[in-house]
Design a protein around this ligand. Structure first.
Ligand SMILES: [Zn+2]
Length: 307
């Protein structure tokens, strides 16, 4: 049983208008999900930056509709997960689906739009995508500014509502600004900078800080974040896992695949059904107990929203 903290299936369904049930254009569709070991999947609302500011929130709402109408409601064995209790009571034959937000550009500078998304079920909020927004700068914004006053309000609201604040994609300064005030920080899909020096990855001081505050880190399968190239092999993911565990991160590590987030290919891990190959590979170096933590236990233990 695996829990995966990030994929861009909603964006793909929104953009390509394909069928979630069995579209071969998807690396993650319903049939593949059923055949895989992934028990719970997080589905990100990701509004492309080219959407005009005025239209961004309505596109986010379109993706919420897609989540409920195409992923949850058609299937008796897919359950909407809104809290830790929901995670715990999933039956053996059931899958769980969690709604997340990738980038607060979708809320502009309106806290009520965030409140609405939380009421609709969003349980992980990524503060930025790569660019700047009203909350904070993203990692590709040259200015590199940290959290704004509005951003501080956003993090305080997430603390109050027991929602995970996702630090993947945030600027370096923003990362530290958020950590100093955030109750539930996590990084849903980022790897080890020391092994692959890409801006989107976490350096040793960031990894240590996340480990020290008992956070959660999802190892991701984007080739550029694995080895700096547009192609990777599944086996190259293993050192990223081992590195974080060697730093003392056994209790904070998990997976955030980013399936559908890139066209680049990881040979041996092209789609969700291939997760079993990675798990087999990791079993060579990790104990059964560590594997359990990595695959699902850490995520369940840390999931902030209790009820
Ligand atoms: Zn992303």
């Amino acid at each position: 049983m695996i829990i995966d903290a990030h994929c861009d299936v909603l964006w793909k369904l929104w953009e390509k208008k394909v069928d979630f049930y069995d579209s071969e254009a998807l690396r993650f569709n319903y049939l593949k999900w059923k055949q895989s070991d992934v028990k719970v999947q997080c589905f990100a609302i990701f509004v492309p930056e080219e959407i005009t500011e005025e239209a961004q929130f309505s596109v986010a709402l379109e993706m919420v509709s897609i989540f409920f109408e195409q992923i949850i409601e058609p299937y008796d064995d897919v359950r909407f997960v809104a809290n830790r209790q929901d995670l715990m009571k999933l039956q053996p034959e059931e899958k769980g689906a969690i709604l997340t937000l990738e980038g607060c550009h979708a809320i502009g500078s309106d806290i009520n739009k965030l409140k609405t998304l939380i009421r609709l079920g969003v349980r992980i909020v990524g503060l930025t995508w790569n660019q700047a927004n009203s909350v904070c700068d993203g990692i590709e914004e040259e200015r590199g500014a940290g959290l704004s006053s509005f951003g501080r309000k956003v993090v305080e609201y997430l603390n109050q509502e027991q929602i995970w604040t996702d630090l993947s994609h945030i600027s370096y300064q923003g990362f530290w600004d958020v950590l100093s005030i955030c109750d539930y920080p996590m990084a849903s899909h980022s790897n080890v900078y020391h092994l692959s020096p890409h801006k989107r990855n976490l350096d040793d001081t960031q990894l240590k800080a996340l480990i020290d505050c008992n956070s959660w880190i999802g190892i991701t399968f984007v080739p550029e974040f694995i080895n700096g190239n547009h192609h990777a092999f599944m086996q190259e993911i293993v050192p990223h896992v081992e590195y974080i565990i060697a730093m003392g991160g056994e209790n904070v590590i998990g997976f955030g695949s980013d399936f559908e987030g890139t066209d680049d290919l990881v040979t041996g891990l092209a789609e969700v059904t291939d997760y079993k190959f990675l798990i087999n590979e990791l079993c060579h170096s990790q104990t059964k107990e560590t594997m359990q933590k990595l695959m699902c236990k850490n995520f369940v233990d840390k999931f902030p929203r209790q009820r």
